[in-house]
Design a protein around this ligand. Structure first.
Ligand SMILES: C[S@@+](CC[C@H](N)C(=O)[O-])C[C@H]1O[C@@H](n2cnc3c(N)ncnc32)[C@H](O)[C@@H]1O
Length: 301
C-alpha cells in the first residue's frame, strides 16, 4: 500500500503504456509537453487507490473490475474549462446567419424541428448558451413568420409547431452532473448579460439556477467521442475546444464521424484554436467578421 506522502517515479516505458491506453480509450493525446500533467494525475490516482506500483495500477485499469477506475482516470485527465457565450464572433455567426437561414429553409420545407449537439459540453455553459440563442432566433423568426398559433400566454420558449432538441454530451460524469444541476456562481455568470439573466435564470442564494423551460431544451448524456456510434441527424454540432487535445489522426477520424452525424448541409463549429482546414474535404468554411464555422458539403445523390 502507498504511504500518503510517497512520490512514485515512473519510467518512460510506463508513461508510454499509459499514454497509449488513454489515447485508445478517448483520443486524448499526451505528448511530451503534457507529460507532466499525466504524471501528476497518475500519482493522484495511485494514492487514491492505495496502490504502490505502476503495474498494479495498470493491471487494474485493463481488467474488467477496473472499468470504474478507468473512467475516473479519464475524468481526471480532461480539461473542463468553459464559459457562457464563449467566442462571441462565432456565436454571432451561428445566431444571426446560420440559425436565421436554417429556420427559413426548414419553414419552406414545413419541417419544424431543430436538432443540435454540444459534443464535449463540460459543465453545461455551452449547451445552455445554444438554447438561449435558439430561443431568441426562433421567437424572432416566428414574429416575422406568424403561423396562427400565436395566442399562447405566457409565450413558450419554443413556439409551436417548432420542436428543439439540444443534446449535450461529455466523457466526464462529474461535469455532466454539474451541467444537469445548472447552478452557476456570480463569476461563472460574468459573460451573461442582464436580459438573459432575467429571462433564463433564478437567483438561488448566492448562485444562479437555470430556469426549467431552458433546461427542458437540453438533454445531457454520456458519449465518448472516440466510439463509432455517435448521435445522428444533427443540424448543427458544436465541438469546441475538444479536438485540440487529440492528435491529427484522431481529429481526422472525428471530423469524418461528425460528417456522418450531420443532416445534409449541416454545420460543425469548432474552437477558435482549432481548424478543419487540411483535415477534410467534406466541409467548407463559412465566416462573418472573425467568426467561423464549417458547413458540410452536400453530395448530390
Ligand atoms: C475544454 S472543455 C470545452 C467545453 C466547451 N465545449 C467549450 O468550448 O467551452 C473540453 C471537454 O471535452 C470533454 N472531452 C474530452 N475528451 C472527450 C471524449 N473523448 N469524448 C467526449 N468528451 C470529451 C472533456 O471532458 C471536457 O469537458
Amino acid at each position: 500500500m502507498a504511504s500518503p506522502g510517497l512520490q512514485l517515479q515512473f519510467s518512460e516505458a510506463e508513461m508510454k503504456l499509459l499514454q497509449n491506453l488513454v489515447y485508445q480509450e478517448c483520443g486524448m493525446f499526451f505528448d511530451s509537453r503534457r507529460a507532466h500533467f499525466l504524471q501528476d494525475r497518475l500519482q493522484r490516482r495511485l494514492r487514491e487507490c492505495q496502490l504502490d506500483s505502476f503495474y498494479s495500477y495498470y493491471r487494474l485499469l485493463i481488467s474488467n473490475e477496473g472499468k470504474a477506475e478507468l473512467a475516473k482516470l479519464l475524468e481526471n485527465l480532461t480539461v473542463n474549462e468553459t464559459s457562457f457565450f464563449r467566442n462571441k464572433a462565432q456565436l454571432d455567426l451561428f445566431h444571426k446567419h446560420i440559425l436565421d437561414q436554417m429556420l427559413r429553409q426548414k419553414q419552406e420545407k414545413r419541417e419544424f424541428s431543430l436538432r443540435l449537439w454540444s459534443a464535449g459540453c463540460s459543465t453545461g455553459q455551452e449547451p445552455y448558451t445554444m438554447a438561449m440563442l435558439v430561443a431568441d432566433a426562433l421567437s424572432y423568426h416566428c414574429l416575422r413568420n406568424p403561423s396562427g398559433h400565436e395566442s399562447f400566454l405566457p409565450k413558450p420558449l419554443v413556439p409551436p409547431p417548432w420542436k428543439v432538441e439540444i443534446l449535450a454530451s461529455d466523457i466526464s460524469y462529474s461535469a455532466l452532473r454539474a451541467a444537469q444541476e445548472g447552478l452557476y456562481s456570480e463569476s461563472q455568470m460574468a459573460s451573461v448579460d442582464y436580459t438573459y439573466r432575467l429571462r433564463h435564470f433564478d437567483k438561488v442564494g448566492e448562485r444562479y439556477a437555470v430556469k426549467k423551460a431552458l433546461k427542458e431544451l437540453v438533454h445531457f448524456d454520456f458519449h465518448n467521442l472516440k466510439t463509432e456510434y455517435l448521435p445522428q441527424r444533427n443540424d448543427v454540432i458544436f465541438c469546441r475546444n475538444v479536438m485540440m487535445y487529440f492528435d491529427e489522426a484522431e481529429q481526422r477520424r472525428l471530423i469524418e464521424k461528425f460528417s456522418r452525424c450531420l443532416n445534409p448541409g449541416g454545420y460543425l463549429l469548432v474552437g477558435h484554436a482549432e481548424t478543419l482546414l487540411g483535415l477534410t474535404d467534406k466541409f467548407t468554411m463559412v465566416y462573418r467578421d472573425t467568426g467561423t464555422a464549417y458547413q458540410q458539403i452536400e453530395v448530390p445523390s
